[in-house]
Design a binder for this molecule. Structure first.
Ligand SMILES: [Zn+2]
Length: 300
């Protein structure tokens, strides 16, 4: 190779290297930017908890029942107020994977796995295109009220599969036998967590990684066991009865403090939004207080 050609070849190689470096740095920079925007993301999300839907129910059972008409009015209200319903899993993906969330997100959930979720809620949700997350008690899937095992009938695995396949419903765990986890031995807790997850994954052919605590019964031990059993999110309950303020969730806080609002059958649409607005306000206030605390501890 002549000296001139060699110099030209070296020059080309150097130019190529510089070009690659530029691409490399440009990529680094966009990655940095993305990480930054994730960090600054601060979305507040109210989460609604429903149970059974029934035309009639005993007096005093409003906490776990709502009529089909009122439930549909709540759902229509959510859309009219400009909320965009998302799955619990979308919240997880937003916090953990940095996936973006829609404007004014809200989450609709059901506990226990009642047949009315399939017969009444599911058609309404499908019609309105509202995604909802159902936490199912796996030992009572398909149990009927006539059997005496449960008060209200529960949907079957086949119905669960149909809902899961539709893309409107996402099913996760509410334990195997619906006992307060804080009252059980570590071995029993492990069994509740493991068996319910196994049954959901096997019957619905999906990943089950969210756990909703029966009666909201939760402590450090159950939390650790839940993580150990493969759950990546733990769902709690939050209501005025528990002596806490109504709260929503802030993506900035991550997935550890995920809480829900108990929505009962005696709440009108106005009541519902009164609670949602209050929860959002309380969450903002709490975040403000945490921010002040953080700054104070930094300074001291
Ligand atoms: Zn329950």
């Amino acid at each position: 190779m002549k000296a001139k050609t060699r110099i030209a070849a070296l020059f080309i190689i150097a130019a190529l290297m510089a070009f690659n470096m530029n691409i490399y740095f440009a990529q680094e920079m966009t990655l940095d930017k993305e990480t930054e925007s994730e960090k600054t993301e601060d979305v507040i999300i109210p989460v609604l908890m429903y149970h059974n839907i029934a035309e009639t129910y005993p007096k005093g059972a409003e906490g776990a029942n709502i009529t089909p008409e009122l439930f549909e009015a709540h759902m229509l209200g959510i859309l009219e107020r400009g909320y965009t319903p998302i799955f619990v899993a979308d919240y997880y993906n937003s916090v953990q994977k940095g996936e973006s969330l829609p404007e004014k997100p809200i989450i609709v959930t059901f506990d226990d796995g009642y047949l009315s979720n399939y017969e009444i809620a599911y058609p309404i949700l499908k019609k309105l295109d509202i995604p909802a997350t159902i936490f199912v008690v796996t030992s009572t899937v398909g149990a009927t009220a006539e059997s005496g095992v449960v008060g209200n009938s529960h949907f079957t695995w086949e119905q669960a599969r149909e809902m899961q396949k539709s893309g409107v419903i996402d099913i996760h765990s509410h334990s195997h036998t619906h006992r307060n986890m804080t009252m059980l031995s570590p071995a029993e807790v492990q069994e509740e967590l493991r068996l319910s997850r196994y049954l959901i994954e096997r019957n619905l052919n999906k990943s089950c990684f969210v756990f909703s605590y029966p009666f909201g019964g939760y402590n450090t031990a159950t939390s650790n066991l839940s993580k150990y059993a493969g759950y990546r999110m733990q769902i709690l309950v939050n209501n005025a009865e528990s002596g806490e303020d109504y709260l929503a969730n802030n993506t900035k806080e991550g997935i550890e403090h995920f809480t829900r609002l108990t929505i009962s059958g005696d709440m009108s649409v106005e009541d519902l939004f009164g609670i949602i607005d209050l929860a959002v306000e309380n969450t903002k206030k709490q975040d403000g207080l945490r921010e002040i605390e953080k700054n104070l501890t930094k300074k001291s």
